[in-house]
Design a protein. Sequence first.
Lengths: 367, 367, 326, 326
Amino acid sequence: MSTVARFHIDHTRFLDPQGEPLGPLPDFACDPARLVPMYRAMYLTRSFDAKAIALQRTGKLGTFASALGQEAIGVGVASAMRPEDALFPSYREHAAQLVRGVRIEESLRYWGGDERGSDFAEARHDFPNCVPIGTQVCHAAGAAYAFRLRGEARAAVCFLGDGGSSKGDFYEGLNFAAVWKAPLLVVLSNNQWAISVPRSAQSATATLAQKAIAAGVEGVQVDGNDLVAVHHVAREALAKARAGGGPTLIEAVTYRLGDHTTADDASRYRDPAVVQEQWSFEPLTRLRNHLVKLGAWGPEKEEALARECAETVNAAVEAYLSTPPPTTAAMFDHLFATLPAALAAQRDEALRFAPRTAGRQPGGDHG
Amino acid sequence: MSTVARFHIDHTRFLDPQGEPLGPLPDFACDPARLVPMYRAMYLTRSFDAKAIALQRTGKLGTFASALGQEAIGVGVASAMRPEDALFPSYREHAAQLVRGVRIEESLRYWGGDERGSDFAEARHDFPNCVPIGTQVCHAAGAAYAFRLRGEARAAVCFLGDGGSSKGDFYEGLNFAAVWKAPLLVVLSNNQWAISVPRSAQSATATLAQKAIAAGVEGVQVDGNDLVAVHHVAREALAKARAGGGPTLIEAVTYRLGDHTTADDASRYRDPAVVQEQWSFEPLTRLRNHLVKLGAWGPEKEEALARECAETVNAAVEAYLSTPPPTTAAMFDHLFATLPAALAAQRDEALRFAPRTAGRQPGGDHG
Amino acid sequence: MAEINLVEAVNLALAHELARDEAVVLLGEDIGANGGVFRATAGLQQRFGAGRVVDTPLAETAIVGTAIGMAAMGLRPVAEIQFSGFLYPAIDHLVNHAARLRNRTRGRLACPLVVRTPCGGGIHAPEHHSESPEAMLAHTPGLRVVMPSSPARAYGLLLAAIRDPDPVMFLEPTRMYRLFRQEVADDGEALPLDVCFTLRGGTDLTLVSWGAMLHETQAAADALAAEGISAEVIDVATLKPLDLPTILESVARTGRCVIVHEAARTAGLGAEIAASLAEEGLYSLLAPVQRVTGYDTVMPLSRLEYQYLPSVERIVAAARKTLEAS
Amino acid sequence: MAEINLVEAVNLALAHELARDEAVVLLGEDIGANGGVFRATAGLQQRFGAGRVVDTPLAETAIVGTAIGMAAMGLRPVAEIQFSGFLYPAIDHLVNHAARLRNRTRGRLACPLVVRTPCGGGIHAPEHHSESPEAMLAHTPGLRVVMPSSPARAYGLLLAAIRDPDPVMFLEPTRMYRLFRQEVADDGEALPLDVCFTLRGGTDLTLVSWGAMLHETQAAADALAAEGISAEVIDVATLKPLDLPTILESVARTGRCVIVHEAARTAGLGAEIAASLAEEGLYSLLAPVQRVTGYDTVMPLSRLEYQYLPSVERIVAAARKTLEAS
Ligand SMILES: Cc1ncc(C[n+]2csc(CCOP(=O)(O)OP(=O)(O)O)c2C)c(N)n1
Ligand SMILES: Cc1ncc(C[n+]2csc(CCOP(=O)(O)OP(=O)(O)O)c2C)c(N)n1
Ligand SMILES: [Mg+2]
Ligand SMILES: [Mg+2]
């Protein structure tokens, strides 16, 4: 018997839960000009999250999936991307989307049941939210292939969850990208839950990062509540991808502090005491403490930011609520580049009956 | 940065290509009473293979997938199984099937285009050949779950190829079995080719055994042309499975000495010189040399075996060719336990038109 | 005897079968502690244990794939797919395996599997949560496809599906889960598969529908009744194999037929029924058959979903059209 | 101008588009050095390189899934699924993504993807190699479904499919791959999508079919002609969206219609055509529409496959039946 292959999985963390450095920090982590925008993006994400839940509770929004507690992942990764890269999110990555330039009112439109929410004014080549779990990994691998074939220095960045890491699409897509040495970064936001199914019931592995070994690519684990660590590993992975080094899988370990979505009641299946405990690891406080220590942050700035975010979010809500309702014809307008003749009669029928059923408000309760 | 998990993949081999022991052998490997039946099964498999190809060439059989060069894997693994275990083969594992009691004439019927070939007289709960690549891993995982739930000391044993190890079903099924700690053995016959796609284009990994790490189960690599090694690791994996230790993935490294199927012409995509070279590793010679050295084998026994296998195969061919043709009604008879009323008219129609098109001989050329 | 809604009837039937037959196991995402996202399996894991009510990892291919292995080895798995928009990764196992295992082995192995999945729109759910995939399944030889439209039929048909020796797709219309309550006795009495249920007799035209659309269809029948038009309403219930004789017999009496379904029109199951009428009932047709269906467009997000779903108005208009003809 | 068979016409069209548009890439199993199991891509990897003619690992979900990503990022992928029995793992990506990307983003992203796959039986292939999945695809809003039935139409329609800005399923009938040769000019002229081709004019009845079944359908028309019966033969060609006007116009003249397809009967595409006739062409029907189709059974292994496939005899018998009626 001989050993023919050896592997290991490393875990990266720079700041402890109180924001104390655990050792030397990467350069950017001592540069407020780099860190503050990321803190602000995390804060804005959280403000948006709270408002979206409030809108849902008052019947002004459909089912919504909050990113509460996971803000450092989306912000840390998206801030390492270039505009020409492409994002392939799940449905819980508005942290990353906001950094990419997706507008809050666009997000609200989507969750309010309106396809126009995915017609981003910026980030024009980013994929929209992806609900069928794991499928986006394949799309991202294909995009990465296109970039590589054309010799572009772009990368595809894909997000999925711990639950998603059980899905065939994830393994297949990663395997294709590995064979192709395509510029792909897969970020696995391990928030410990797939709705009610805990991480332990999802997989018998010690880590989720080790799933990368099945594709022969690098897998790293990172403290997903440490913005500095997330940003650092994402930068490295993206640099590698652009240099032709192939894909990376990052497992970002975090915790879903909220319900799965507004349609979920997590108290049915998990202990609120554990959730409470997890609040001591949440990413905003950690980064704020670090910024304070750098002399780059304080109560006034925090208050100003809170006000600013509230204004931004409120303005977006205004824009969302005053969006004219989608037209009936919209069901047909974008199905194909040109409406096939065979569909004209159906479109006419829809328009004929439209007035009787049109004008529905956004809102809802399932998912 | 800290290391949170370590893994390694071991490779097992007991006999070198000339059949010389590389070190101490497991007990069974010195016991002719255990080894000779396995040698005989390998020989019979090869005889069957040659005959099946001849039948196909003369228009008496449909497309056929030979196991040439891979006999040690099926025989070594199936000989470690108990009758009450269940086999989930691909389409290339008649070596294992013959050991399980599947009759040669049954195999011929299947490849001759007749469903009755999968109505095994023995091995009644083994799955039939599985053509949709990789799907059988899920079936085997489910079967293993059933065994475990009922507290039975049975195991499910599943075979797939190097190509199959790229398929989502493989990862998903293994992950389920791992979470369930179900008694499953997955044997990955890595014959270096998936039709024309070489192992190197299939996966960027150093080994295929390491795909087990993605599910948190043990993955071992074995010389698939060394019957002793294959049988040894299979016995260990099955003992572990029955003891509640969960699944194992065995990568059996071998080489497809023949065309993919009779519909394939491998000279289009691979160098015959390489194939020639691979003949020096083939499993029958290796085991025969070992048996000779044990004093358990010689030219007379070899000749007798050749005669015996020829007779067995010829008798099976007779039985196959004299099988009455399938009836038209058979299309309807086994679709459901009871034919739904809605199908009666279709059955009548089929019977009405049957005489004009019935009586087709087996044979064909694609796949 | 309690009044229960459709999702409670599903729960009741599952509990009944789990208690009756120890080979019955449930598997799916979030069906355990959470009791299913619609509460269809609420309380069942507590009562029957995590070995028989299995929370799986997130992978629909493997949910159905492993269920096939379980079924072949003597269990009676009832797999839940959380929403039918997530059934597609399991189509391969349904078409290539579940539907064929008995046939391929000439009866040696069988696949007594039930796949339950919520279907249809109208509850303002997110993207992919409002699919109507029944035609795709009904087109597949070897599958039975069943869709209940009331608590009592959900209970009785689900019992029948679980006891059936072959694979059954059991599609549960989400919009009906909590729409109304009905007295349902937990008496273990299965309803027959493979037959339509005539919900209301009529003489002027036949309305054929299934699942949640029966709500609008019945409302349309009411509206027509108010005008003195007598509509027969048929709940197809088992969509495959189709009980064509019941439909033909009705149309033979009424001469007019409107078929209502939520799925896209082209090659939907309504096409099969209309085609069968054109073949076997042509001479009794007094007017062209009408289909009122979802459009051949993607099911829109929630703000437009009620413009996609057939409305009472559309059904009534189609009925009028058949009544005005010749 | 050479006489070529259908599979050579496919090869010619692929080569033409690879040369014309550098965004075109091919991907699939064994399409490179091996040239595809049917030789449809023979020589293309040598000519255009392994970057544009990509041998993928064995995974249909990812073949279509990655092709979607490529298409959205500006490539024009033509994915090959080796046999349509292996298309099912890709159904999720086709239904939930390829068919919806444009709609879901209100036109911001598009999916100019072609999925080619051999389909149908009759070549004595192994299990799962003889599927006819067109109805499942045609039922899916947002997909175009095309099936050629001659070398010239294979060439012209494949060019059109590749140039189309939306996803097209291109189903190639294996039984026709080498059935006959035809002169095909490599002139880069696409044929129109979304229209039927009338292969032969007739006055007594209309035979509607597609793909390989046109072989038997034409033979049936010959047999009927020998008896003095004039059958019009329509090749549907684009199965979705359906060119109903051409079929209605023909049946308006002939009054009788037989639809022939190889796929299972229930909710097949024949049902859609028959249903449309019952709705929009009822008054021109002189006799019940007849469907001659595969049975609602699993496609049998090769020894019985010709008892499953519609035969000339069955088509002629159905034609006679419509002619005898009223
Ligand atoms: C293929 C598929 N199956 C099921 C669902 C329903 N569903 C939505 S989210 C979810 C859990 C996902 O968990 P995870 O991947 O960990 O992501 P998280 O929600 O925790 O961010 C499930 C089962 C789905 N959207 N897609
Ligand atoms: C899902 C699926 N895709 C494609 C095929 C066609 N096909 C048959 S065998 C084969 C290659 C399989 O290679 P591997 O898994 O290595 O097994 P081997 O044939 O070498 O034993 C392919 C592509 C198939 N049978 N199933
Ligand atoms: Mg999660
Ligand atoms: Mg192989």
